[in-house]
Write a protein that binds this ligand. Structure first.
Ligand SMILES: Cc1ncc(COP(=O)(O)O)c(C=O)c1O
Length: 463
């Protein structure tokens, strides 16, 4: 029997379908946004994935077209406590009701001082410490070097091959990789000297651990004869585990040797914990694994749950050396970012995140090792805590970096719903930086997508 609904329902469906079509016509897609991006933004600020975010929570990012991705990139290691962590959001919301900016140098505020106090307490080293805040990792690096030069009255800085310390001119000069980071941007800051890192898979000394007896660390003594006299060296700047350089973990004795040589020669040891800090390696700071306390430590990335903030924490007498007004900046230590960072510290104090990082690390390491058995493409698997990477090579014997294939793996992962990044001077290292809040199910699914992608790429090569 027909009634009025018999005709009404199809009409409503038709109207709403045409409205949806209309809405779709005006909805910005990844493609339309990319066209706008290309028109208005220069190519220099790089993009790994051609997608635009709509929202993110925990370890999931949803793009503007509603496609969901498991996030193994964490905004390059910034989201250790997860995207839009509830406590971070609460702290931000509370702070923006009060004040957003006064400039610490004009009218001070408590969150800056409170954060400094807490960082002084949790960073390695049983000596009096002080902390200054800045906006980015690179700015933290710049300030750490300024402090070391001022405190020692020396100029030279020793940095490492495959190191990454940022893109501002001094930080860029400390960074190792030429393309795309340094090419065409010279002249670089002077008085920077570079020595090999403890990259065991590609040992510059042609040796093997442990029979090498950590020659790469003792080489620092030789370096003073062949490159720069120790009396001229203000600081040695080093990542405890290479981040952008490809998740390279030095042998456990390495930093004790380097530290001792620095101490014997009055050289400030600066640890760049920008990528390793805040639980990534299953300790709050990676230098804790090596049981040393650097003179100065640089922190950023995951410190403020996604807001821009960096910190330089160091021996009080060094940090106090520069004159009043010698350090700082208009936005340095923004109060909203400080409140977010305090909430991040609270999250770690609850005690679950570091064991979770350990558990993630164990799972990822075991899975990567199992994949290495199956796929020739995987030359090396290495890591510390949840900072586990795999190096892809075209040939295990020659160790020729599989740069193009790594890119294919990353792109395939994205197509299958996993966001991933590569690293390394030859961009041939898969470096997962998933939020530590990731669920077991998301982690498993992400690892399966990665395996499928590696398998497909390897098959396409007829290895
Ligand atoms: C170890 C290390 N230092 C410094 C930086 C620079 O940090 P930012 O990009 O915040 O300037 C990075 C960034 O990836 C890093 O990994």
């Amino acid at each position: 029997m027909k009634n009025e609904f018999t005709y009404l329902v199809p009409i409503i469906i038709l109207i709403s379908a045409s409205r949806n079509k209309e809405a779709m016509r005006f909805m910005k897609t990844n493609k339309t946004l990319l066209e706008e991006r290309d028109k208005h933004v220069p190519q220099g600020p790089f993009n790994v994935h051609p997608i635009f975010a709509q929202k993110a929570k925990g370890a999931i990012i949803v793009d503007v077209e509603g496609k969901e991705y498991i996030d193994f990139a964490g905004g390059i290691g910034v989201s250790n406590v997860g995207h839009c962590n509830e406590n971070v959001l609460e702290a931000i919301q509370d702070q923006i009701q009060k004040y957003i900016h006064t400039c610490f140098h004009v009218v001070m505020y408590e969150p800056y001082v409170e954060l400094a106090k807490r960082l002084n307490a949790i960073t390695p080293g049983n000596f009096p410490k002080k902390t200054m805040l800045a906006n980015s990792g690179a700015e933290g690096v710049e300030n750490a070097v300024k402090v070391a030069r001022h405190a020692t009255g020396r100029q030279a800085i020793i940095a490492f091959e495959d190191a990454f310390h940022g893109r501002t001119l001094l930080a860029l000069s400390l960074t190792s990789k030429m393309k795309p980071y340094k090419f065409g941007f010279g002249p670089y800051a002077p008085e920077i000297y570079r020595m090999p890192y403890a990259y065991c898979y590609r040992c510059e000394f042609g040796l093997e651990y442990p029979s090498c007896e950590i020659e790469c660390a003792y080489f620092l003594k030789e370096f003073f004869h062949t490159h720069i006299s120790s009396e001229q060296v203000a600081a040695l700047v080093v990542e405890p585990v290479l981040g952008e350089g490809g998740f390279v973990v030095p042998p456990k004795e390495y930093f004790k040797i380097i530290h001792k040589i620095c101490q014997d020669n009055g050289i400030v040891l600066i640890a760049d914990e920008v990528q390793t800090g805040f639980g990534r390696t299953a300790k709050m700071f990676a230098m804790e694994h090596f049981e040393i306390a650097p003179d100065i430590m640089i922190m950023a990335k995951s410190m403020a749950g996604g807001l821009p903030l960096s910190a330089v924490t160091g021996k009080a007498e060094m940090m106090d050396h520069p004159q009043v007004g010698g350090l700082g900046g208009t936005f340095s230590g923004n109060p909203v970012a400080c409140r977010a960072a305090l909430a991040v510290l609270d999250e770690f104090e609850k005690g679950d995140l570091l064991p979770k990082a350990e558990q993630i690390g164990r799972k990822v390491h075991a899975r990567f090792k199992a994949l290495q058995e199956k796929y020739f493409l995987i030359g090396d698997v290495r890591g510390l805590g949840a900072m586990v990477g795999m190096e892809l090579v075209v040939d295990r014997r020659t160790k020729e970096p599989a740069t193009a294939l790594t890119k294919q793996v990353v792109n395939l992962c994205r197509e299958k719903g996993l966001l991933m990044m590569s690293a390394g001077t030859h961009s041939n290292i898969i470096r997962p930086l998933m939020p530590l809040t990731i669920t077991d199910q998301q982690l498993e699914k992400g690892l399966s997508i990665l395996e499928e992608s590696i398998s497909e790429v390897q098959r396409s090569q007829n290895f």
